[in-house]
Write a protein that binds this ligand. Sequence first.
Ligand code: ZN
Ligand code: ZN
Length: 378
Amino acid sequence: MEDLYTTLGINKGATESEIKKAYRKKAQEFHPDKNPDNKDAEKKFKAVQEAYETISDPQKRANYDRFGSTGSSQSGPQGGGFGFNGAQGGFNPNDFGGFADIFESFFGENMGGRQEQPQKAGPMRGNDIQVQVDIKFEEAIFGTDKYLEISKPETCQKCTGKGNEPGTAIKKCGQCNGQGQVRVTRQTILGKMSSVHLCPSCQGTGEIPEKLCSECRGQMRTKQTEEVTVKIPKGIEDGTSIKIKEKGSAGIRGGKHGDLYVHVRVFAHKNFLRDGANIHSEENIHVLQAILGANVKVETVHGKVDLKIPAGIQSGTELSIKGKGAPSIRSDKMGDHILRVNVKIPEKLNKKERELFEALAKESKVNVKAEGFFDGIF
Ligand SMILES: [Zn+2]
Ligand SMILES: [Zn+2]
């Protein structure tokens, strides 16, 4: 068996671009379109393909360099082979599999690399639709129903999605003879090339209505508005998306509807801050409440709650009120309300208050003499 480097006409140290270049040259030289009915050229062409597949792949090339083989089934005859169509003088670019990227660049855009052969147009699924819904903080906690009006392509009611005026016939397309695709033959540097395209007359359906539906003009769908009820589950968090199956655009030719995605945005609350299942808020308390302890009423999303502030609490302490937060979306567990306590010092005292505080200072042996310079509050 000939050395793969010799097959491609390169030496062992060839770079990636040298390999590509050599491959193009050899492929053009032995291309069946340039050598019709030449079995020898066809054999060489296949050998070049196989050599390129090994040498262009660093892993396979390394194996080949070490063991003189690719260690895979590549050395055997290619399954399926290359489907040259002698009668038409063309070939199917898809038969080249991994080589398509290279052929693409020198056979021109329409020889189209890996893409599928155009098929006769069949059912096509409708597009997904994305909408955004804004809800209040409380609605996210307790859940709600939202009524949306979705404007989207829906199956034309007049022609029931067939595209023809009711009562008129649907004929076989004349341009493609009902095949939905047409073969285009072009002259290229390599000789005549032919490729297959979707039929432009019938857009690949193989059929043409005698008269287009007057409602949808043959588009099979019209813009319609559907009312959709979205169940917003309790505990939903800002930024969550809800998928509603098959409430997107209608498909065509019997294809399914797309899906509707509802992106939920939760408005901020003036007092509450949500952190998962917990809800945070802050409350100011008087310094005497902090010192002596007190019962206060705390506003939670579930209403006002009595809370005991323990004597001697420090400013910035967080107190937790069990079960007064947000429900978890995955379980029945309810989060907590977390209250941060800010101790407020009275900014002004009346004479009586001042005397009492001074007496207290004396009792507690706290030095409260404020003399000297006062540079202001920053
Ligand atoms: Zn057609
Ligand atoms: Zn219609």
